[in-house]
Design a protein. Structure first.
Length: 271
């Protein structure tokens, strides 16, 4: 499993970073494909829980948000988000009237959550890369910081705490039994340290990078565990099997969707 994870990381990681650097359609199209797959996996997970978020409903509304995210100054973002939420509400009301579902209230809130998570939150992937200054540097640093914190937590939890060097305490036994407090702390330390070091190469203020690294490595796990909650309720280990050893597309972006949003607002504040 470890070798599989390493192979995928060192193969796809550099490709992803190069596409971030290129930007434009080279960045937009592959990212849309990954996000569409993650959205479909979300639909399948909630279906296994017993709720109904059909792809034909969720895909169009999240696509609209991603396209608008390419135009950060567009005045249509707020109105179209509201219209999308109303469209979802109208659809679920129709489902109720036609008795198409016995879980309509849960369907409604699952669909609205999907719109906000995959439409609005994931839209920050495009907003961050579309910043006028140092866009690719901040995007690259945010993703590297997330990956390093995640890998650092995995390595520390597996090879240090797992061997009894500093003990082993489960971070969230019900949601993710393999995550440890020691791994979490190790991820914060390694993620923050390497974020600062990489920022020197990308010519980003190391103080800004320190704040970014701390926030990403500390809060990214919350996004991971949030999706773990859905998977546990659905009775599945991974959202899919797109990446051997890494799970599905949703497994790969569950932390990133939030950490990229954090990076976007930090960049706006600092720049």
């Amino acid at each position: 499993m470890f070798l599989q994870r390493a192979l995928i990381t060192f193969t796809l990681g550099p490709i992803a970073l190069y596409l971030i650097y290129l930007g434009g359609w080279f960045y937009f199209i592959p990212l849309v494909i990954i996000l569409l797959l993650a959205t479909l996996e979300y639909s399948q997970i909630v279906q296994k829980i017993g709720w109904h978020v059909p792809p034909v409903l969720i895909i169009p509304v999240v696509l609209i948000q991603w396209v608008l995210a390419q135009c950060p100054n567009a005045d249509l973002f707020g109105p179209l988000l509201a219209i999308s939420m109303l469209a979802i509400t109208g659809y679920t009301l129709w489902q109720y009237e036609r008795q198409k579902s016995q879980t309509v209230p849960a369907d409604l809130f699952a669909a609205l959550a999907g719109l906000l998570l995959f439409g609005w939150v994931c839209g920050h992937f495009f907003r961050l890369r579309g910043l006028p200054d140092v866009a690719w540097q901040w995007t690259m640093l945010a993703m590297l910081s997330t990956w390093i914190a995640d890998s650092g937590a995995y390595l520390v939890g597996r090879f240090v705490a797992g061997r009894g060097i500093v003990g082993k305490h489960a971070l969230s036994p019900r949601l993710s039994p393999n995550k440890t407090v020691e791994g979490y702390i190790g991820g914060i330390l390694l993620g923050t340290l390497f974020t600062v070091l990489i920022s020197l190469l990308l010519e980003i203020d190391p103080v800004h990078a320190l704040v970014l690294g701390l926030l990403i490595s500390t809060l990214g796990t919350v996004g991971d565990l949030g999706i773990s909650l859905l998977k546990r309720e659905a009775g599945v280990k991974d959202s899919g099997n797109l990446f051997p050893g890494h799970g599905g597309a949703l497994d790969r972006i569950d932390s990133l969707m939030w950490t990229v949003a954090i990076a976007y607002y930090l960049a706006l504040y600092f720049l």
